[in-house]
Design a protein around this ligand. Structure first.
Ligand code: ADP
Ligand code: MG
Length: 346
C-alpha cells in the first residue's frame, strides 16, 4: 500500500519532485519534473546535478541553484522556459534529515502556476480598464459639449470671413474644424471604453458580420497594397452577441494588421471550432510581429507605437469581447501575428 502511495505521489501527481542524496546526486525525479525540466529520467538518475543540464549556464539552472542552497526554500516563484514553453513555478525545497539530524539529501517540489499568472494578469487588465472606463464616462461628455459650441461659432466665423473674402483666415478655420473632428473621434472612442454603446444581445450569424466588414476591409487592403485572403474554413456558427460591436472588433483587428504590414504582406481570416462550444476567429497578418515589451502593454488604453495612433483600438476590442463572454489570444513569432477571438457559440 505504502509503495503504491509513494509511486502515485511521484508519478501521477501534478507536482514536480526531485530528490537528491547528500552528494547532490539525483535519486528520484518524477514524470512532471522531467517534462518541465526537459530531461529524461534514465539520463539523470544517479548522476551529479551539474551533469543533468549540460550546456545550461548555472545562473539559469534553477534546480541546481535551489538544490545547492543552504537553507530551506519556501514558495519561491521562478520562471523557467524549456523548448519554447514558458513556465511559472512555485518552488519548495529543504533538506531530508535522519533522527540525529544528519543530512541525507534534499527534496524539491514545484507546482506549475503558469495559468494562475495569466489569470492574474487578465484580472489586473480588466480592473485597469474598469477604472479608465469610469473616468471616461465622467469626462467625455464634459469635453464634447464645449466642442460642439466651439464648432458652431467657427462656422459663423467662417461665414463672416467668406463675406469679407479673407482666404487665409478661412483656411485656418478649416484646419481648426478638422482638429475638432479629431478630438471628437478620440472622445467617441474613449466613450466606447466606458460603455460599449447599447449592446443588443441577439443571435448573430458570424458569416454575415464578416461578409459585411469584408467590403470595407477589401477596400482598405487594396489601398494599402495588402493581399486579403477571404474567410476560409467553411461556415461559421451563430453566436449570441451584438452585430455592431463585433463589426467594430473585427474592423479594428484588420486595421491594425494592415497598418502593421506597411504596404507589403497578406491578411488572412479563418476560424476553428474549439471544444466546449467555442469558436476561434483568427486574423493572421504577415507583419513584423509584436515584440515582448509591446505585448505587455498592448491592451493598455493609449498605448500606441504609431505616430497617429490613439491606442484605444485593442482596449475597446478587449472590453467588447469580454462583455460577450469571450477572450482574445495573441500568437506572434518573429514575423507575423495572429489575433484569435474566442467566443462561445450556439
Ligand atoms: P493603435 O492602432 O491606435 O496604435 P491599438 O490599441 O489598436 O492602437 O494597438 C496598440 C498597439 O499594438 C499598436 O500601436 C501596435 O504597436 C500593436 N499592434 C496591434 N496589432 C498589431 C499587429 N497586428 N502587428 C503588430 N503590432 C500590432
Ligand atoms: Mg488600432
Amino acid at each position: 500500500m505504502l509503495k503504491w502511495f509513494v509511486k502515485y505521489i511521484t508519478s501521477d501527481i501534478n507536482f514536480g519532485i526531485v530528490i537528491t542524496d547528500h552528494q547532490a546526486k539525483i535519486v528520484e525525479i518524477n514524470h512532471m519534473a522531467c517534462r518541465v525540466l526537459g530531461i529524461k529520467k534514465e539520463c539523470v538518475l544517479d548522476r551529479d546535478l551539474k551533469d543533468a543540464f549540460p550546456g545550461l549556464p548555472e545562473k539559469w539552472n534553477f534546480i541546481y541553484q535551489v538544490l545547492t542552497e543552504n537553507g530551506s526554500v519556501r514558495n519561491k516563484l521562478i520562471s523557467w522556459s524549456n523548448q519554447g514553453s514558458k513556465y511559472d513555478l512555485l518552488v519548495d525545497s529543504d533538506f531530508i534529515c535522519d533522527d540525529q539530524d544528519h543530512v541525507l539529501g534534499r527534496f524539491t517540489i514545484f507546482k506549475d502556476i503558469s495559468h494562475l499568472k495569466t489569470l492574474e494578469q487578465q484580472i489586473q487588465r480588466s480592473e485597469r480598464l474598469a477604472v479608465i472606463g469610469q473616468i471616461a464616462a465622467g469626462t467625455a461628455h464634459e469635453i464634447r459639449n464645449p466642442l460642439t459650441s466651439i464648432k458652431g461659432f467657427l462656422q459663423i466665423l467662417q461665414q463672416s470671413l467668406r463675406d469679407k473674402n479673407l482666404q487665409r483666415e478661412m483656411e485656418y478655420i478649416s484646419i481648426m474644424k478638422e482638429e475638432l473632428s479629431r478630438i471628437n473621434l478620440l472622445v467617441s472612442e474613449f466613450l466606447l471604453l466606458s460603455k460599449p454603446k447599447d449592446i443588443q444581445f441577439q443571435e448573430v450569424d458570424l458569416n454575415r458580420v464578416l461578409q459585411d466588414i469584408l467590403v470595407i476591409i477589401k477596400n482598405e487592403a487594396l489601398l494599402h497594397g495588402i493581399d486579403l485572403v477571404d474567410v476560409t474554413g467553411g461556415k461559421l456558427p451563430h453566436i449570441i452577441g451584438d452585430v455592431e460591436s463585433l463589426k467594430q472588433v473585427f474592423l479594428n483587428l484588420c486595421k491594425n494588421a494592415i497598418e502593421a504590414m506597411n504596404g507589403n504582406g497578406s491578411l488572412s481570416i479563418d476560424f476553428q471550432l474549439l471544444k466546449g462550444k467555442k469558436v476561434s476567429i483568427n486574423f493572421h497578418d504577415t507583419g513584423p510581429g509584436i515584440p515582448p515589451y509591446v505585448m505587455d502593454k498592448i491592451f493598455d488604453p493609449f498605448f500606441t507605437t504609431k505616430e497617429n495612433g490613439t491606442g484605444l483600438g485593442l482596449p475597446i476590442c478587449h472590453r467588447i469581447i469580454h462583455d460577450l463572454g469571450g477572450n482574445i489570444r495573441i500568437s506572434t513569432k518573429g514575423y507575423g501575428t495572429t489575433f484569435h477571438i474566442v467566443l462561445p457559440h450556439i
